[in-house]
Design a protein around this ligand. Sequence first.
Ligand code: UDX
Length: 455
Amino acid sequence: MLSVTLNISVIGTGYLGATHAACMAELGFDVIGVDVDPEKIDSLSRGDLPFHEPGLPELIRKHVDSGRLRFTTDMGEVGAWADVHFIAVGTPQLPGGTGADMTYVDAATTSLAQAITKDRALIVGKSTVPVGTAARLYDLVKAEKNDDVDLSLAWNPEFLREGFAVKDTVEPDRLVVGTRHEADEQLLREVYAEALDRSTPWVSTDFETAELVKVAANAFLATKISFINAFSEVTETVGGDIATLADAIGFDERIGRKFLNAGVGFGGGCLPKDIRALQTRVGELGLDHTMRFLNEMDHINLRRRDRVISLAEEILGGDYAGTDENHSAVEGKRIAVLGITFKPLSDDVRDSPGLDIAGRLYNAGADVSVYDPQGNANAAKRFPRLGYVDSMTEAARGADLVVLTTEWNEFKQLAPADLNEVVAKRQFIDARNVLPAPEWEQAGWTIAQLGRKFD
Ligand code: UDX
């Protein structure tokens, strides 16, 4: 049971905001989710989620039905009602640039500050932002707020992973809050009382540190993945096994095995754009050299995609691969791409390695068929020309090459016998290193993995 009654609003109802709103209702608060998109609000009000996130539709329906969760486009309504307002709008990569697009955060904060009429309220930023944003928004809020309103701002970054968003929000591994006033921190302690009762680490700090914690965490994760993928380039040149290497270094607790899965690398709506935005921001601060290594991490990551394309050419073109400048060895070949989302348990195709590879193979003249358990519809919006089908077998029918780019469970459980008689040629690229290669070789397949020598 909650010891305090707080009304909570969440501005922005994308992955982050919809999850946060539903989880706040689950914790017992009355919540309103706000968005400028009336269609999104309509569908959420019916309990329908416009994206795939395990467990979230059930939670939204539960609390829409209980009356504890509502959705609106009316900022005035929440301004008069909520005590705590979470800003959860997106900060995508700027079109044609590498920095973060702050348009949505700035617009949401300005209109919210103007709309708040309650005597006392707190705006809490959750979006991932360039360091310095909270201080700037604090001044903006003070300038835009109504005279008789006691309005402050805090920063509380979110670390949720897609696919585990509900669990990560209800049971976070740490809570980080950046505040300028003791009273603001106390209010956030009330919001997160349940997690605090479970002894969840509580990191109370200044605005700048809170903002940097988020980008530092994502930069570290991206670096870990690119680190192992850099070693992939070495093991596939000299011979060696990248998974064994990762296991062996991962036994050292200082290193740890998590996020050392070599393969086609990271994608999604966070890691790639966050490392680019961080470099851009430190550059603006006159520290260009400081985060230069992240540029290298980005390149290592993108080179893994190139490697899959060159393996496809090698496998399909045999000795002629790369010898004809005007034609790719994939031209006219049938290729099945399994997995188009940036990772399993999501329908998100933003910066997805699978979609990038499928698109490049298509552009090089291949006949590409794609199957993903959740991602086909979103991928088709971005790249309509690929042949989207409803099953793995359909995708692989008559294929000269099968490429696995996202490690969904149904692909991990794939056995050679499932595809032996379906494909035209028993040729496979396992770009996530999840299949038992010797078993496939015994069944007459040519199978390439990343970080293992292929000849
Ligand atoms: C990430 C952070 O994990 C999360 O804390 C932050 O709040 C948002 O960004 P998310 O984008 O959901 O979360 O995905 P994550 O699970 O981190 O995976 C990112 C990418 O890295 C995926 O494309 C995944 O396939 C890839 N990855 C992950 C690897 O290639 N190897 C690994 O060992 C782990």
